[in-house]
Design a protein. Structure first.
Length: 168
């Protein structure tokens, strides 16, 4: 998401790869990180389909991973992590996310909890997530976290960051 609030769409690893093995049959393979995939995707009886609520769940897991420096359900193996998510469990809460103040951590944590709700219909839309991030003043944190993901050896300083002092 840019500072002006424009959402930049990215693939959270939920893409479908089609591989034609015969003229009448196509296999759909699920790509991506299982820990970041919405539980309802695993419960679907038909083909693997992504949608906005599933992407919002994946974004919540991504923000969690960036803020904590840990994979969701890090203490579990992949199979156990998927089972936990399907049962409605979520990763453990942290007192601080990415060096944010206590107040900003609470704001971001509240948003994450809404975004990974077990009921996809109760998750906010992408526009609602954007608006809440903009209204809460957390945009700089989100942008800096994704920049660090892209270039982990980068050091944020006042010279090239408008980030709040708490994450410089």
């Amino acid at each position: 998401m840019t500072v002006s609030g424009d959402a930049l769409v990215c693939d959270f690893g939920l893409s479908r790869i089609r591989h034609k093995i015969a003229r009448t049959q196509t296999i759909i393979r699920q790509a991506g990180r299982p820990r970041f995939i919405a539980p309802e995707i695993y419960d679907a009886e038909d083909d693997f389909h992504t949608n906005e609520p599933g992407d919002i769940y994946s974004l919540a897991m991504t923000i969690y991973a960036l803020g904590t420096g840990s994979l969701p359900f890090e203490e579990k193996n992949e199979r156990a992590a998927i089972a936990a998510a399907r049962r409605g469990e979520r990763p453990l809460a942290y007192d601080s996310l990415g060096g944010l103040t206590t107040g900003n951590t609470k704001l971001l944590w509240s948003l994450i909890v809404k975004m990974w709700d077990q009921d996809p219909q109760l998750r906010p839309t992408a526009s609602e997530v954007r608006d809440e991030i903009l209204q809460s003043g957390l945009m700089s944190f989100i942008i800096c976290a994704f920049c660090l993901l892209a270039k982990p050896d980068m050091t944020l300083t006042a010279q090239h960051s408008n980030a709040p002092q708490s994450i410089r």
